[in-house]
Design a binder for this molecule. Structure first.
Ligand SMILES: NC(=O)C1=CN([C@@H]2O[C@H](COP(=O)(O)OP(=O)(O)OC[C@H]3O[C@@H](n4cnc5c(N)ncnc54)[C@H](O)[C@@H]3O)[C@@H](O)[C@H]2O)C=CC1
Ligand SMILES: CC/C=C\CC(=O)/C=C/C=C\C=C\C=C\[C@@H](O)[C@@H](O)C/C=C\CCC(=O)O
Length: 294
């Protein structure tokens, strides 16, 4: 499959451990050179587990170098060790930080650029469900995405000497329609969609050279799903636990790899800007938003 992103082949990653012979290692090296994202630098927030881990892995499999940002230092170290073994120690950079802190996130972006020499792909993925501590949910899910988008543009937009590139902000199906069991979560994800669409239009008009898209998955097989029915995070909506469970059964639960494959489409398809890709069990489709009058 020829990918327009860099006119290279999107080919299955040849797994290569350190114990294999020279020719195989050479093949692995040549394969990496042919990868669609070879030479690209990516940054993923919330990378230590779940969807962020899946996004980071598919970026590595396609040749990118990846900065792994997460507040969970222990989880990040476990993932970094696994990626070092699979892809080599120079392909990833682990940075422990919270997206709630301007200072920490700014420092992480700078360390990424200083280490890898630039920035081409940013995935603002970190997110939580907490209808109890709803201010924290807004702070991470919406404010964190705004912060990560602005910091990404500082480094990526052409007027700043950046290389351009793509930002994928992770929303949800709950960013397109109301999830009655989690109204604050719904609000944050709707906010991610509205903000990202406006920023994509601004980027186009101002010629930043940066595409900004949204990923809107349905329920996916990660630890976040436990928040649907947990007293601590469901808050006053715990009485709707049954409704949440029924919705999950009706919508089904996506494999992380399926969400990651659709994430890669938003990264590599240079025709997409300001678009929301909905990922559901029955497949993925781009959202058609209502046209406003001129
Ligand atoms: N799992 C699902 O059903 C769906 C998830 N999403 C979204 O996907 C994104 C990832 O969610 P999952 O992987 O499912 O959750 P997860 O809970 O498995 O992983 C979230 C990651 O983000 C990190 N994180 C949390 N707060 C952070 C902060 N303040 N700063 C930095 N890192 C932080 C966590 O440590 C964790 O590694 C979220 O934005 C979520 O809203 C969207 C649709 C469906
Ligand atoms: C509490 C959050 C739990 C897990 C993370 C997450 O984001 C899961 C979201 C899963 C499903 C949300 C569904 C929302 C559905 C309703 O809003 C309906 O209005 C359907 C909305 C869009 C459907 C698109 C379509 O098929 O037309």
């Amino acid at each position: 499959m020829i990918c327009t992103y860099s006119r290279c082949l999107l080919i299955p990653f040849v797994k290569c451990s350190s114990s294999v012979s020279g020719p195989v290692r050479l093949l692995s090296y040549l394969t990496t050179l042919m990868m669609a994202l070879h030479g690209k630098v990516a940054l993923v927030t919330g990378a230590a587990q779940g969807l962020g881990k899946g996004f980071s892995e598919i970026l590595l499999q396609n040749g990118a170098k990846v900065a792994l940002l997460d507040v969970n230092e222990k989880g990040g170290k476990v993932l970094k060790a696994a990626f070092d073994k699979e892809y080599g120690p120079d392909r990833t950079l682990l940075l422990t930080c919270t997206v709630e802190s301007e200072e920490q996130l700014k420092d992480a972006f700078q360390k990424t650029v200083d280490t890898f020499g630039g920035l081409d792909i940013v995935c603002n993925n970190a997110g939580i469900v907490n209808e109890n501590n709803w201010e924290k949910c807004v702070s991470i899910n919406l404010n964190g995405v705004v912060r990560g988008t602005y910091l990404a543009l500082q480094h990526m937009k052409k007027e700043n000497g950046g290389r351009g590139g793509v930002i994928v902000n992770v929303s949800s199906l709950a960013g397109l329609g109301p999830l009655l069991t989690a109204p604050i979560y719904t609000a944050t994800k709707h906010g991610v969609v509205g903000f990202s669409r406006a920023m994509a239009d601004a980027s186009s008009v101002c010629d930043y050279g940066v595409r900004i898209n949204m990923l809107c998955p349905s329920f996916a097989d990660t630890s976040l799903l436990t928040c649907l029915t947990s007293d601590e995070t469901a808050g006053q909506f715990i009485s709707l636990r049954g409704v949440a469970e029924k919705m999950k059964d009706q919508f089904g639960v996506l494999e992380v790899s399926v969400v990651a494959e659709n994430f890669l489409k938003l990264v590599t398809d240079e025709s997409r800007n300001g678009e929301a890709l909905m990922v559901q069990m029955q497949g993925a489709s781009y959202v058609t938003f209502p046209k406003m009058s001129a």
